[in-house]
Write a protein that binds this ligand. Structure first.
Ligand code: GLU
Length: 483
């Protein structure tokens, strides 16, 4: 038997990280077994439907590199089939038309609450002759749930789960306006798509008992179920926006690599011994339902960050360069797409940039100076340094570099040390700091000696002159206006 899994998100406009994990596990399980991973969009809520919301889901899957098999299925487009199944269930005596008015239902609800009953609908149309039907009222279709005994689901994660059938109501499968309910559509679709394994969040465990009634009534094979615990925030409540990023798009925007998110989600709810860094190949080879963790996992942003640091170091330099190119435009208004010098410098500095950064954003910010063009601006801290007496070291540094004739790493370091010995009691930082501020416009960057070597002789001279001119002029102007 071929294993077929599915990922059936409701298009809400974003991909929650919990849904991304569900998609990943279904993908891994299918690939592990050489089976298929299908995607179905549960787009039956037409009032709120938007194609952008569907795209957000598909883009999330593509970003995580979870390719699906076959066409994406639209649940809405299958509604005629769902309606036909509802009618068939009525014809077979497993479902029935219910003509209750809203007032009647309200009264039942009130009474059930008063008596503390597990379900409220009193099944008054279950065995009633349809000829009693009020002529002007459109009926809903309700399933005939078992009245006595218990139902059992052998869940692959939760173990054997039993419910008393008296807690199951005769739920609606087709509304009076002929729209099928989720409970009916999901079963029809899973059956028709040949789904063998349903791996989803444990918020759907209760639905499973209801869905099983439909499978049994139709005589269809019931898939294997595995319900995963939820993802929690650090405080133990369900992970939500107030804990931090929760949507895949947010993680992407914060500069995480998809393979880091994937590895993190894999370990968040599944384990393989003490392994933490797990490649896609290993995950595919090792993935099994038995090793899904039974207790809810807490989302740990620090751990994700450390995985991201790891994967950034592993990543190809040219790939990182491509990933930060749009970030340089968005965050620094620097377009390097046609700037070969900037690209060459960034690539030359990439190993060190990758070694320092936890996210692509940090890497982009700390590397942006390589792509700057004179005149560039200085951030507040750099401005503060260059407005102070510290700027005085730039002149001797400039002259000595000019005399030396090149900016090899060791040469620049030696020059800075000499200037420090001459005018800063040997404190190298007192020289390196203003040099960094001058060359980068910031106070955070990789080693300034490496950076100088990468920028090259002409650029270092030009940047030092630019900084000296910029700040000397300003202080002169200030002095002039103060006088
Ligand atoms: N559309 C449902 C959801 O997003 C899918 C439920 C299921 O997996 O059956 O929660």
């Amino acid at each position: 038997m071929m294993v077929i899994t599915r990922f059936p998100p409701s298009p809400t406009g974003f991909m929650h990280i919990g849904n991304a994990r569900t998609a990943l596990y279904n993908w891994l399980f299918a690939r592990h077994h050489g089976g298929q991973f299908l995607v179905r969009i549960e787009d039956t809520d037409r009032a709120r439907h938007s194609e952008d919301a569907v795209l957000a889901i598909l883009n999330g899957l593509k970003w995580l590199n979870l390719e699906w098999d076959g066409e994406v299925v639209s649940q809405f487009e299958r509604r005629d089939r769902h309606i036909a199944i509802a009618r068939e269930l009525v014809a077979k005596g497993h479902a029935y038309y219910c003509y209750c008015s809203a007032d009647e239902l309200e009264e039942m609800r009130r009474q059930a609450k008063e008596q503390g009953l597990p379900t409220f609908y009193d099944r008054r149309w279950r065995d009633r002759d349809p000829s009693d039907a009020p002529p002007d009222r459109k009926p809903v279709v309700r399933i005939k749930a078992p009245l006595t005994g218990e139902s059992v689901v052998e869940d692959q994660v939760q173990g054997q789960v039993t419910v008393q059938n008296k807690t199951l109501d005769d739920f609606i499968i087709l509304r009076s306006d002929e729209t099928p309910t989720y409970m009916l559509s999901v079963v029809c679709d899973d059956h028709d798509m040949g789904v063998t394994h349903v791996l989803r969040g444990d918020d759907h465990l209760n639905n499973t008992f209801r869905q099983k009634i439909i499978y049994d009534a139709m005589g269809w094979d019931v898939p294997v179920f595995a319900h995963m615990p939820m993802i929690l925030g650090a405080d133990g409540s369900k992970l939500s926006k107030r804990h931090g990023a929760v949507n895949l798009e947010d993680f992407r925007a914060r500069g995480y690599l998809p393979e880091a998110v994937e590895n993190y989600l894999l370990r968040l709810g599944w384990s393989h011994g003490n392994d933490e860094i797990i490649s896609r190949e290993q995950a595919t080879a090792w993935f099994s339902l038995e090793n899904i963790v039974k207790s809810a996992a807490k989302f740990d942003y620090d751990k994700l960050e450390s995985l991201n640091t790891h994967y950034m170091k592993q990543a190809d330099d040219s790939r990182i360069l491509a990933l930060i190119t749009p970030l340089l435009i968005a965050r620094h208004a620097i377009d390097i797409s046609a700037d070969e010098t900037a690209k060459t410098r960034l690539l030359a500095g990439m190993a060190e940039l990758k070694g320092r950064a936890k996210t692509l954003l940090q890497l982009c910010d700390e590397g942006s100076f390589y792509a700057k063009k004179i005149p560039y601006s200085f951030d507040n801290k750099a401005t503060e340094i260059l407005r102070s007496d510290a700027i005085q070291v730039l002149d001797p540094v400039l002259h000595q570099i000019r005399d030396h004739g090149n900016v090899e790493k060791q040469a620049v370091e030696d020059i800075c040390k000499r200037v420090a010995a001459d005018s800063c009691d040997g404190k190298l930082g007192k020289v390196a700091m203003p040099v960094r501020a001058a060359l980068t416009g910031t106070t955070v960057s990789p080693s300034i000696f490496d950076a100088a070597a990468i920028l090259g002789f002409d650029e270092v001279i030009a940047r030092l002159e630019y900084a000296i001119e910029n700040f000397t002029e300003k202080s002169d102007r200030q002095n002039a206006s103060a006088n």
